[in-house]
Write a protein that binds this ligand. Structure first.
Ligand code: PNS
Length: 165
């Protein structure tokens, strides 16, 4: 069994993430999409909400399992018997950070490889934080996230606005 892990914050999942997940799913028998549970990052969506959005987005991919994890990624990977971590890279600056993480993860867990997949050019500019900013100021995010994610994003921002008043 080839088992891979696609980790991230996914706050929320974008079409860029989804493209990487779809392409990575073809490389493994099972692909865990692993949401980092790190409240100190102050995410917009809770882990449960991010998992729901991911599950709906990947419903047509039978080998994909969406889970959350906390602590070190290498420990989660060992628990799942994974042989590789998959990350998408959008730009040279992404590469720099990803290479550092890949090397540190490899030193922490020598058998665990990191595969860096270049993001498809049409998605290379998409960033969850910018999608949230556009939605916050009323812009359309339809071209960057799946439809159900956009709807949840506006609903979440409206609810947050109400609560902050
Ligand atoms: O989507 P992100 O925020 O770029 O994902 C970053 C993530 C979750 C891959 C990274 O922060 C991570 O692996 N965190 C878990 C803690 C850990 O193992 N840190 C050491 C990395 S060398």
């Amino acid at each position: 069994m080839r088992i891979g892990i696609c980790p991230g914050s996914f706050d929320p999942i974008t079409l860029g993430h989804l493209d990487i997940i779809r392409r990575a799913a073809r490389l493994f028998d099972v692909l865990y999409v692993a949401v980092l549970d790190n409240p100190s990052k102050r995410p917009l969506f809770t882990v449960e909400e991010r998992l729901e959005l991911l599950e709906e987005a990947t419903a047509d991919l039978p080998s994909v399992r969406c889970e959350s994890f906390s602590g070190l990624l290498v420990d989660y990977a060992a628990d799942k018997n994974a042989t590789a971590i998959v990350r998408g890279v959008r730009s040279p600056s992404d590469c720099e950070y990803e290479l550092q993480m890949a090397t540190m993860n490899r030193q922490l867990s020598p058998g665990l490889e990191t595969l860096l997949l270049p993001t498809a050019p049409e998605y290379a500019h998409i960033r969850s934080s910018l999608v949230k900013e556009v939605a916050l100021f009323g812009g359309s995010v339809d071209q960057w996230v799946p439809g159900h994610v956009g709807r949840r994003l506006y609903a979440k921002l409206r609810a947050k606005e109400g609560a902050d008043r």
